[in-house]
Design a protein around this ligand. Sequence first.
Ligand SMILES: Cc1cc2nc3c(=O)[nH]c(=O)nc-3n(C[C@H](O)[C@H](O)[C@H](O)COP(=O)(O)OP(=O)(O)OC[C@H]3O[C@@H](n4cnc5c(N)ncnc54)[C@H](O)[C@@H]3O)c2cc1C
Length: 325
Amino acid sequence: MENSVYDIIIIGAGPIGLCCAIEAQKKGLSALILEKGVLVNSIYNFPTNMTFFSTSKLLEIGDVPFISHNDKPTRAEALEYYRRVVDTWDLNVITFCEAMSLDRLANDNYIIETPKGVLKTKHVVVSTGFYDTARLMNVAGESLPKVKHFYDDAHPYVGKKVLVVGAANSACDIALELYHKNAEVTMVIRGREINTRVKYWIKPNIENRIKEGSIKAYFGTNIKEIKTTSVVLETPKGEVILKNDFVLAMTGYQPDYSLFRKLGIPISADAQKIPLHNEITLETSLPNVFVAGVIKSGMKTSAYFIENSRDDALKIIDAILTPNP
Ligand SMILES: Cc1cc2nc3c(=O)[nH]c(=O)nc-3n(C[C@H](O)[C@H](O)[C@H](O)COP(=O)(O)OP(=O)(O)OC[C@H]3O[C@@H](n4cnc5c(N)ncnc54)[C@H](O)[C@@H]3O)c2cc1C
């Protein structure tokens, strides 16, 4: 890799990483984005038929218009849109290039190690999202191949007995899609009702399918064990054993804390495990290293999304151009 020293290296080519590169370029700073997977890798790994809950206007970045054919844009439209953003701004993105570690130099510049070589930079933005690491249920049998923490398409599950774990947006979306594709769907839900944050156009739909019995749901229930052809549930009325082909554990995702450790970014000691940062500048306790996007709120992954993180780029570039006296 080259010997040049970048003004900014951004780790993660999600929508917010792209925003940061655009704002840097607008101010004449040299910016490089390192991406361990494909461009907007999290969105690429969303369910194939997924529809955003935001309107396309709220997903726009870098003044590039996002026209969707639907009320709410689809995953495919978003992939095409963010590719167009990269072309429009001629952003410098290296895909399939993971940032593996960060070394601080005496002048507070940094060296980033990647599989393709080392890079030097004056500033680092960490915008690595949370969609790569599933929150585990920690039950016996969770590592069986029939247990999936990511869902792409209904096709493999047609005609099968599928247990969907969880009651938030993803679980409800997936349960409905599978039901419409003739899977035999059962939901297991820890609480007493469908999550109150489920989108208003999904909630009545899933509640009515449960009420009419098209989708069976066990509320106030935990999984005790997953076996090759069955699952054991702990329901309020006692243990229930169900025949089962697949378990789709839609129990959420969390930031990759091993990455923070490798980068040397401290996290808060409480349950939220926030990467510690200044809320105005987004600078971490490592000088010239910033956080951006959804990772800012640690384990509370629903606090930030694209539409309320787009300003992170402005805050960071302002802080870089107007350092403390
Ligand atoms: C099913 C679903 C639906 C959603 N719908 C909406 C919606 O309608 N509206 C909305 O605003 N938000 C929505 N969100 C949330 C939205 O996806 C996130 O807010 C958005 O992707 C966050 O952008 P980001 O740039 O912070 O992180 P991400 O998009 O997650 O990008 C992080 C990037 O960093 C890369 N990366 C990670 N580690 C490394 C490393 N070590 N080196 C290099 N690269 C690395 C990842 O591969 C990834 O590409 C939804 C999320 C889900 C799961």
